[in-house]
Design a protein around this ligand. Structure first.
Ligand code: GLC
Length: 554
């Protein structure tokens, strides 16, 4: 499985020998320079060379841009390229730096929101692991990796804590959802407190935190070329502990990861339990990143073998059963039910009457997506932004599927983007269904918050997916929309409404990941070589599934 990337990390070989894109050797090559005077479409055509059409990123001049880019008021990304910096960029950097959290004098993260106007702080004054990812990428892209290293080490330290909820001890490898630094000005001490779900609303466990941690460790390694952090015994052990939790054997009949409601970005009851796409895509990506960084020593070897097997089974399962396009929808619509044995076509016994009406209108003739969930007699047909973008970035989606996901976003622009990128999921659930599924959650009313709300943070994931598929013009359109509102509206957490026109009912202002997400989107578009730190090329050994086969064993 050589195509998997950085797996054989060891002190005797450099990152360029191990990885899918060779950054280090390309230092002296010319940067991609997009001429400003060319038209929109011509520009995107020239950038197509980084897309699948011409064989992926291999044909593209990629430069490594780590280091030497600090400086407080002059973010390198906007000062050193052929674009005029948008006036919002400077404001965004300032706001991002205001959100920095220090521990014993060192920056270790960014708080979720710096909203002084809000009466309720709740836990928005904490450093969330998932929220810090776009901040970390912004700092890495700007040549400031130290804060990312500090964050990775601090959270690794927290992972080692004994965690309890009431009298129940949590799994050893669990990473916190968030942490906070308590400053005692009289004693001049700093102490950390962390939340592993024991304080969170609803006591939800952050399954995504460990995956984001591994993904960020790879991004750090990739961007700095510094292998020494990932190679430390502490980081190797941290990865193994996370992996031990999610690779453990149980009663599962599927390679996907079973989890409870509220275990990721959507951290409230929203019918996102079972096998949600967001967790599956992050799980897949984290497995691939870990494979690239684990040392093949006695302990690592065993994990490497388990990961390889799991990735193989998972890509088959996801690409076959989670994938929905016009043809597939038509097949499900005509499914026979109550089939028994290995010859069953409708393996999960999905009853065609359970297909919601809206899907038939939503599904374009060209395009497709990974649906929200698949389990016995249950397909959640909702479209989720994060899962689909991460599926593209991790190459869980085949090149054809990635293209189809972008086709769908383009043809359902009004529904998925509207006036503010990007809907967290589509469509919203209403009335009786909302009562049953959310437990009457007043924060998750239709087209608000997690229930079809529009989240500016998702802009960076959309932009990364656009660049990877060679369709930067889509990202440009989305960024323009964000630029027309975000600063004026003081960087809200989310927007409400079918078109995302209204600032969210309970949205925080100066939400850090809205700010960082915008900066990351801008920097990636200006210098697409940044994509490498958050994207993995297709592994040629994981054959695309073109046709469904009728047996469990094929
Ligand atoms: C909300 C979001 C969650 C985020 C947190 C901090 O709880 O649902 O995804 O991590 O706020 O911003």
């Amino acid at each position: 499985m050589d195509g998997m990337g950085l797996r054989n990390v060891s002190s005797h070989c450099s990152i360029s020998e191990m990885d899918d894109y060779d950054f280090s050797r390309l230092h002296d090559k010319p940067r991609l320079n997009i001429e400003r005077q060319r038209s929109f479409d011509e520009r995107s055509l020239s950038e197509l060379s980084i897309g699948f059409a011409r064989g992926g990123l291999d044909n593209f001049d990629i430069t490594c841009s780590p280091g030497g880019r600090s400086g407080f008021d002059t973010p390198a990304s906007s000062a050193r390229n052929s674009f005029e910096p948008h006036p919002m960029v400077a404001d965004a950097w300032e706001a991002l730096r205001r959100s920095l959290v220090h521990f014993r004098g060192q920056p270790v993260g960014t708080i979720a929101a710096y909203d002084h106007a809000s009466e309720e702080v709740l836990n928005y004054d904490q450093v969330f692991v998932r929220d810090f990812v776009p901040s970390a990428l912004a700092f890495l892209m700007n040549g400031e990796p130290d804060i990312v290293k500090n964050f990775l080490l601090k959270t690794l330290h927290l992972q080692g804590w004994e965690k309890r909820i009431d009298r129940f001890k949590l799994g050893e490898g669990a990473m916190p959802a968030s942490f906070k630094v308590l400053h005692d000005p009289t004693r001049k001490t700093d102490t950390l407190i962390a939340d592993f779900g024991e304080s969170a609303i609803g006591r939800v466990a952050p399954v995504d935190s460990g995956f984001w941690w591994i993904i960020l460790l790879r991004a750090y390694t990739k961007s700095t070329g510094d292998l020494s952090l990932a190679e430390t015994e502490d980081c190797q052990k941290g990865m193994r502990l996370i992996l031990a939790l999610c690779l453990s054997e149980g009663f599962d009949t599927f390679p996907t990861l079973l989890c409870a409601d509220g275990c990721s970005m959507i951290d409230r009851r929203m019918g996102v339990y079972g096998y949600p796409i967001e967790i599956q895509a992050l799980f897949f990506m984290a497995l691939r990143c870990a494979l690239a960084m684990l040392k093949p020593d006695t302990e690592g070897k065993e994990f490497i073998e388990r990961i390889v097997k799991r990735l193989h089974a998972m890509s088959y399962h996801m690409r076959s059963y989670f994938w929905l396009d016009f043809q597939q929808l038509n097949d499900i619509y005509r499914y026979k039910t109550e089939e028994y044995s290995h010859t069953a076509v409708n393996k999960f016994n999905v009853i065609p009457d359970s297909i919601p009406e809206w899907v038939f209108d939503f599904m374009p003739t060209r395009g497709g997506y990974f649906i929200g969930n698949v389990s016995p007699a249950r397909m959640d047909f909702r479209w989720f932004a994060l899962g689909n973008c991460v599926a593209i970035l991790s190459s869980l989606a085949t090149p054809e599927q990635s293209m189809a996901i972008m086709d769908l976003i383009e043809s359902r622009w009004e529904e998925l983007v509207g006036e503010m990128p990007l809907k967290i999921c589509y469509p919203a659930i209403e009335s009786h269904e909302w009562r049953i599924v959310t437990g009457c959650d007043p924060k998750n009313t239709r087209w608000s918050y997690h229930n079809g709300g529009s989240w500016p943070v998702l802009l960076w994931l959309l932009t990364a997916a656009c660049i990877k598929t060679g369709r930067p013009q889509i990202a440009r359109r989305a960024i323009e929309l964000a630029e027309s509102r975000l600063l004026k509206d003081s960087w809200p957490e989310y927007y409400d409404g079918k078109l995302g026109r209204f600032i969210g009912k309970q949205a925080r202002k100066y939400q850090t990941w809205s700010i960082a997400g915008y900066l990351v989107a801008k920097m990636m578009l200006e210098d697409p070589s940044h994509l490498g730190m958050i994207s993995l090329e297709e592994d040629k050994q994981m054959k695309p599934v073109l046709k469904r086969c009728s047996s469990w064993t094929c």
